[in-house]
Design a protein around this ligand. Sequence first.
Ligand code: CO
Ligand code: CO
Length: 372
Amino acid sequence: MQFRLDKLIKLLGQHGLAGLALNPGPTLAYLTGLHFHLMERPTVLLVTATGELALVLPELEAGKLAGLPFEIRHYTYSDDPETRPAAFSRAAEALHLPGESLGVEATRMRYLELTYLADALPDTGFEDASDCLADLRMIKDASELEKMRQAAEIAQTALLATLARLQAGMTEKDVANQLIIQLLEAGSDPGLPFAPIVSFGENSANPHAVPTDRPLRPGDLLLVDWGANVDGYLSDITRTFTFGEVEPELLAIGEIVRKANQAGRAAGAPGVEAGAIDRAARAVIDAAGYGQAFIHRTGHGLGLEAHEAPYIYDGSSLALMPGMTFTVEPGIYLPEKGGVRIEDDVVVTENGLESLTDLPRAVLPLEDFLGG
Ligand code: CO
Ligand code: CO
């Protein structure tokens, strides 16, 4: 924890931030090991660029601080909202925050907390600290990678167990529900990275489909995008299968996407731009004439969040470094017909990219996986 805090202090200096205000979430947990619910009662951790900490939290949560291996100043308030401003003011005063810029997580900080902070720190501005926090969390250490490997392993085990239980007439919702059960059975923590995507036939042409009551029918593609959680570290995998005899074009796009996935994974190495992975995968799909049907970036960082830095898009000049983890997930989506996406989780090593996921990538018949 002290190592992570020291790293943050250095980064705050580099990014010209006087400090950081954090809501409950992955960064707060990463720095302190503390887990709070993001709810209607505000909880905010203030960290200064000199390494001072102050936590504002509801009285009923203060017990969580008892077992901490380090001291943290904290300021509580009661269930009467009138007592909140005083807690924020006392925290702000204790830290002697300079009247400069305080960084916040743009995707997490809410109007609720920001209002209390602005009132307690009238001379302080707020700015997006996403770049600073990306630098803090992007490179995973060995223990983080071990959890990500486990999350990948659990997800793969759960998918195979789910496929073996598939039966004619099952709906997308049935399969998604079964997959959730199998993820928990295989050892995932209950907070799944996201609700699994299970889409059949024409629904698979929507990259972010929500499972429906549509039953599986011969001639369908079946796309599953799912992941597990181990101690907050996530996996995020996609595989696509055929059911019965499918149109030749769907088989053809399956093979193109498989090659694009392979090209993307082959393109990454330390010092290489993140954008080069996107370009390598996209070149395969462009060359096959389906460029217009690959409607999203090639991947996104993965770790404590299902989407985090580094983002894998054409324009990214970010230099890859060993320990960075992200997805490689090209896809081709043909409206009314179906879509194929093949998504792996990878880590940058000294030599290139290592895939944490190793289920067969080819678009295979579901029949190969059914239980006997
Ligand atoms: Co996914
Ligand atoms: Co993904």
